[in-house]
Ligand binder design. Structure first.
Ligand code: PPE
Length: 306
């Protein structure tokens, strides 16, 4: 990865190489951390825009609430710190990673009074699932690993520990030559991918999985809004892997993955086997909104200049 100059660490701008923690950090042993993934885009007028920064910061506080972590920051303060980190690093376009973690203190699962520390890092990050993914679509497989039961890990918390489930599925998919895994919930319905929400398009209707076992994706919410504004019918409804097999189109959404079309699931070609017209249309409108080219969605953007 490309290194930057500074990382925001508990309110201070620290040189990149000096942003370090003790090896007995609680989060390193038990996964007791929460994070966000946010993107900033360069706009045509020379300024930049962070996509739905306030929503991401609010979700960070929601994650903290679910995990009973106390963050000493408001959503507004977190947002301001993200902008400070971008400008300190003169990053006009890239990825923003706030992370709060239980630090070093007592050992043992109970986080007790260990300090909660927060960092914000930024770096340039291109297409998450490969250079061709956004254009051509990707090949995916149904994972043998189920998404956690709704009472196992709290999927509405973007918690580091939850990602062990994602890592298992991702390794399996990559080792078998696929780009990403589709995960089913414990009842067998399609849930989400390792770091993306899932949409299918069938007979003119766009479907995405309900909020039960998934992370409430901010890209997901944006695509639902964009699609409805464009006149598409969108249903938030459970569906099965065989309905996915016979979809006309399918795509993933996520901050890192943006809108990535899916061309194959479990060796079944999806639709025409390349990015479909609805996916392409929504992808184009998503990028227009994110880059400040559609005034209708100006409210989604937090503008800054480096
Ligand atoms: N589900 C999961 C499990 C998930 O991690 C993400 C984001 C989403 C859905 C989509 O949420 P949103 O970004 O708000 O639309 N995954 C982040 C981490 C990726 C990584 O490899 O790190 C991301 O996309 O930033």
């Amino acid at each position: 990865m490309q290194t930057m100059k500074f990382i925001w660490f508990d309110g201070k701008m620290v040189p990149w190489d000096q942003a370090q923690v003790h090896v007995l950090t609680h989060a390193l042993h038990y996964g007791s951390a929460i994070f966000e993934g946010i993107r900033a885009y360069a706009c045509a007028d020379g300024a930049s825009a962070v996509f739905r920064l306030e929503d991401h910061c609010k979700r960070m506080l929601d994650s903290a609430k679910i995990l009973r972590m106390e963050l000493p920051y408001s959503a507004e303060q977190l947002a301001e710190a993200c902008i400070e980190t971008l400008t300190a690093n003169k990053l006009a376009e890239g990825y923003i990673r706030p992370l709060s973690f239980v630090g070093h203190g007592e050992m043992g699962v109970y986080p007790g009074n260990n300090p909660v520390q927060t960092i914000i890092a930024v770096w340039p990050w291109g297409a998450y699932l490969g250079a061709d993914a956004l254009e051509k679509g990707i090949r995916v497989k149904t994972s043998t690993f189920a998404r956690s039961h709704v009472n196992t890990c709290m999927s509405k918390a973007k918690a580091s520990g939850n990602y062990i489930n994602s890592i298992l599925a991702k390794i399996e998919a990559k080792e078998e030559g696929f780009d990403e895994a589709v995960m089913l919930d414990t009842s067998g319905f399609v849930s989400e991918a390792t770091g993306e929400n899932i949409f299918i398009v069938r007979e003119g209707v766009i479907k995405t999985t309900p909020l039960t076992s998934i992370l409430g994706g901010i890209t997901r919410k944006s695509i639902v809004a964009l699609a409805r504004d464009l006149g598409y019918t969108v249903e938030e409804q459970q569906f099965t892997r065989d309905e996915f097999y016979i979809a006309d189109e399918a795509f993933f959404t996520g901050t890192a993955a943006e809108l990535t079309p899916i061309r194959e699931l479990d060796h079944r070609q999806i639709g025409a086997g390349h990015a479909g017209p609805v996916a392409k249309h929504l992808q184009k409108e998503f990028f227009r909104a994110a880059r400040g080219e559609n005034p209708k969605y100006a409210g989604w953007l937090h503008r800054y200049t480096v």
